[in-house]
Design a binder for this molecule. Structure first.
Ligand code: NAI
Length: 334
């Protein structure tokens, strides 16, 4: 039998945690051959909820589940961790300034980064889901100097999947036949969902939609409908469902880690990874790119043509990340 993989989930007593746990334990994350050991990290107020989820995991009798531990101690939670899913975060409350939000999350992701540095397995890979995800990943990475920065990522796969869903409808193509979509920049309303290179069943989507809507009609749809719909989908879900995205966020987290570990099946996907300067994104920022997973690591897809429209939008979202980095620097969080 294969050795169990240790997965540490923070915010395990929360909504996304509840949606994630059962899929991890059922094998959706690491495949049907790999046993998993779960370490659930919560703050004291969240422990009972996490313990309750642990009882239900036991009641589900998942054959792959090799053990569950619940703790409010970050060092214990990350001890021996191969994968860290950092979901728990401090939400923005009414009237909260951005600096306060960054400060509060720095108080979470700094110590968790340090605990990862001290206690995790050598092959630790981290995805940050808790918002502001990109900058939280930057903070955690800064506190884990012994872990390569490439191992700290943030989730933009939900944005990517949202774009796929919109394009499947717009082109009347099954979602599985859409390729070449990219989310650039920050997981925020400034993100740029880019379909300049996207195809539907092999046909270029911009050409396909320009033929249907006319060139002007296509540009209007792109800037006035597609991009804002994807970027503001979170708010739309809250309005319609009366609660934030949970199951789709968990599904995207599973997709991100599964592809990272097992390889991207076909073409590229989107993930926020540390920039090496590609596409003019300043080195060291955790920014969303087109990525392929090769030998267990993300590789930024190179050589895509960036037109003026895309350049402008990538730059705007990256400027927001630069600003967040400056703020966390001046707060002494990195
Ligand atoms: P939730 O409020 O239901 O759960 C969060 C849990 O984290 C709570 O149980 C809380 O006690 C726990 N927590 C807080 N601080 C912690 C710490 N220091 N250590 C361990 N646990 C801690 O929220 P939900 O719906 O599960 O969302 C979680 C996060 O995911 C939010 O920040 C949300 O904005 C973000 N999110 C990100 C998405 C993305 O695409 N990147 C999509 C959807 C949500």
């Amino acid at each position: 039998a294969k050795k169990p993989v240790t997965v540490t989930l923070t915010g395990a007593g929360g909504q996304i945690g509840y949606a994630l746990l059962f899929r991890i334990a059922s094998g959706a994350l690491l495949g049907p051959e790999t046993p998993v050991r779960l370490h659930l990290l919560e703050i004291p107020q969240g422990l009972r909820a996490a313990e309750g989820a642990a009882l239900e995991l036991q009641d589900s009798a998942f054959p792959l589940l090799a053990g569950v531990e619940v703790t409010d101690d970050a060092h214990a939670a990350f001890s021996g961790a191969n994968l860290g899913l950092l979901v728990g975060a401090r939400p923005r409350t009414a009237g909260m300034e951005r600096a306060e939000l960054l400060q509060a999350n720095g108080g979470i992701f700094g110590p968790q980064g340090a605990a990862i540095n001290a206690a995790a397995a050598d092959d630790i890979r981290v995805v940050v889901v808790g918002n502001p995800a990109n900058t939280n990943a930057l903070i955690a990475s800064a506190h884990a100097p012994d872990v390569p920065a490439e191992r700290f990522t943030a989730l933009t796969r939900l944005d990517h999947n949202r774009a796929l869903g919109q394009l499947a409808v717009a082109t009347d193509t099954p979602v599985a036949d859409i390729r070449g979509v990219t989310i650039w920049g920050n997981h925020s309303a400034s993100q740029f969902p880019d379909l300049a290179h996207a195809t539907a069943a092999g046909d270029a989507i911009p050409a396909l939609l320009s033929a249907r809507l006319g060139h002007e009609g296509y540009r209007e749809w792109l800037a006035g409908e597609f991009i804002p719909r994807v970027a503001k989908r979170g708010a739309e879900i809250i309005e319609v469902r009366g609660s934030s995205s949970v199951a789709s966020a968990a599904a995207a987290t599973i997709d991100h880690v599964r592809d990272w570990v097992q390889g991207t099946p076909d073409g590229w996907t989107s993930a926020a990874v540390v920039s090496d300067g590609s596409y003019g994104v300043p080195e060291g920022l955790v920014s969303s790119f087109p990525v392929e997973s090769v030998d267990g690591g993300w590789r930024i897809v190179q050589g895509l043509a960036i037109d003026e429209f895309a350049r402008h939008r990538i730059d705007a979202s990256v400027a927001e990340l630069v600003d967040e980095r400056e703020q966390v620097r001046s707060l002494g969080l990195i």
